[in-house]
Write a protein that binds this ligand. Structure first.
Ligand SMILES: NC(=O)c1ccc[n+]([C@@H]2O[C@H](COP(=O)([O-])OP(=O)(O)OC[C@H]3O[C@@H](n4cnc5c(N)ncnc54)[C@H](O)[C@@H]3O)[C@@H](O)[C@H]2O)c1
Length: 459
């Protein structure tokens, strides 16, 4: 049975990265057997059910086409390690919450446990691939752990960071801008690197597969996220100035985005970036810089996170001052809770910060979202009185204000005349994603507060 496959690939960690990436490899390479394991048995059960633990457009179809054929989700990690030639490690690497580097450095405990598990269970040589985002030089530690057992088994470490974006993961995996594969530049390192290149060559054009030394590869992932987040913080910083100067940030974005040196992407002003990666990876970069004594460089990148925090708080203070300096007892409906559209993921979502701040101001919250209500309930678990309502028309009844937190396209398609009629007057809309037709809403009767453009008010 086993022998019918050319390669046995294992992925440790069945999360937002491990599940979709392995599903795509299985889909594009029917000649390989791909197994995904996790210590979280409930998650594995979900991967084996019709309700996958991750929502991504197109994921269901790919999993349905491969599961049970050459894609398997399993809880037996030891067996998986023994049977595989190639092991991807896609475990979580959150920000450390304790001890040295708390709030900044990467917490590598899950990753290190995985390295030890591989070392204990392996009975033959393996290629171990860092799929998770790690501080530069982590491969060195992994090598030390893996070679610390006296045996004639060898391990080659490869860095192959994942660049997918949640919400478009399947498209990003099928048509990646690039796949980055870094290795030691030794004979065995290059041989292992070539093996991983072979996997991706099944569907990724050769010129999009970039090879590099292992440290450049590890660092590139952190730097890519830092640059992306930096663009958001840059335009968000400009949005604050636009609001004071009668400029419109959308017009500014458009004008600068036409410059081919800058490009048009990632220039949307908003309530701030979220997601499990940007903040964590920048802080990780900041910590690295500090630990190498590069304080000015660290401060520079930390500014990106600071502007993001400022933008979220600015949004709340703007709501407060616009609604006559008190939110106590006012009903506010959050349109969206996910950190971005087309995902149910709420990790580091700006909506969580805004929700908590509004509760501090004693507002009454109603939250609506097509995919993230379950996570919202967990995130806000300890707080009584919040209403969760999937139907936005029901959610807004009797509300004083709507705050758009997520750029779900459905919010553009709603009938705002109907919504306006059902709300308390005066009615407010704070468009934290700048996706609505502000002039139209103003004509209907709303007081409209876009990001990066002076408000449109009837008073
Ligand atoms: N989410 C993204 O958009 C994204 C994109 C690119 C890179 N990354 C990086 O990929 C990594 C994983 O991110 P994620 O979003 O998939 O995280 P996640 O929390 O969704 O998944 C990680 C999984 O690893 C499992 N795990 C932890 N320790 C384990 C162990 N010892 N053995 C087996 N399983 C174990 C956890 O139970 C969890 O299911 C992180 O380093 C992240 O920075 C994430």
């Amino acid at each position: 049975m086993e022998n019918k496959f050319q390669k046995n690939i294992l992925c440790i960690g069945a999360g937002y990265v491990g599940g979709p990436t392995m599903a795509m490899i299985a889909y594009k390479c029917p000649q390989y057997k791909v197994t995904v394991v996790d210590i979280n048995h409930e998650r594995i059960k979900q991967w084996n059910s019709s309700e996958l633990p991750v929502y991504e457009p197109g994921l269901d179809e790919v999993v349905r086409a491969t599961r049970g054929k050459n894609l398997f989700f399993d809880i037996d990690i030891e067996k998986g390690i023994k049977e595989s030639d190639i092991i991807f490690v896609g475990v979580n690497t959150p920000t450390k919450t304790f001890g040295a580097g708390a709030g900044m450095a990467a917490d590598l405990q899950y990753w290190e446990k995985t390295a030890r598990q591989i070392r204990e269970a392996a009975e033959s040589s393996k290629i171990v691939i860092e799929k998770c985002t790690l501080p530069v030089k982590t491969a060195l530690a992994m090598e030390r752990i893996l070679t610390s057992k006296n045996s004639n088994i060898s391990f080659e470490i490869i860095s192959n960071p994942e660049f997918l974006a949640e919400g478009t993961a399947m498209n990003d995996l099928e048509f990646p801008d690039r796949v980055l594969i870094g290795s030691r530049e030794t004979e065995s390192g290059i041989k292992a690197r070539n093996e991983i290149v072979e996997i991706y060559k099944n569907w990724v054009p050769k010129e999009r597969i970039i090879e590099s030394n292992i440290w450049s590869s590890e660092l590139s992932k952190l730097v890519a996220n830092a640059f992306l987040a930096q663009r958001i913080s840059s335009i968000n910083a400009v949005s604050a100035l636009c609001e004071k100067t009668d400029a419109n940030v959308k017009e500014v974005s458009r004008a600068i985005g036409f410059d081919s040196r800058l490009g048009a992407k990632f220039l949307n002003a908003s309530v701030g970036f979220g997601g499990s990666c940007f903040k964590k990876d920048i802080l990780n970069l900041v910590y690295l810089c500090k630990s190498y004594g590069l304080d000015e460089v660290a401060d520079y990148w930390e500014g990106v996170v600071k502007i993001n925090e400022y933008q979220k708080e600015r949004f709340v203070l703007n709501m407060l001052s616009s609604m006559f300096n008190t939110l106590a007892g006012k009903k506010i409906c959050l349109f969206g809770f996910a950190f971005k559209a087309d995902t149910g993921d709420t990790r580091e979502t700006p909506a969580l910060y805004i929700a908590k701040r509004l509760i501090e101001e004693r507002a009454e919250l109603i939250i609506t979202d097509p995919k993230a209500l379950q996570n919202a309930r967990i995130d806000l678990g300890g707080i009584d009185g919040i209403v969760y309502e999937e139907d936005p028309y029901k959610a807004v009844v009797g509300c004083d204000a709507i705050a758009v937190m997520t750029e779900w396209s459905l919010y553009n398609k709603l009938d705002y005349v109907v919504i306006y009629k059902s709300m308390t007057k005066p009615s407010f809309i704070f468009d934290g994603r700048n996706i609505l037709d502000h002039n139209q809403l103003y004509k209907i009767g709303f007081n409209v507060f876009p990001i990066g453009r002076p408000p449109l008010t009837h008073y």
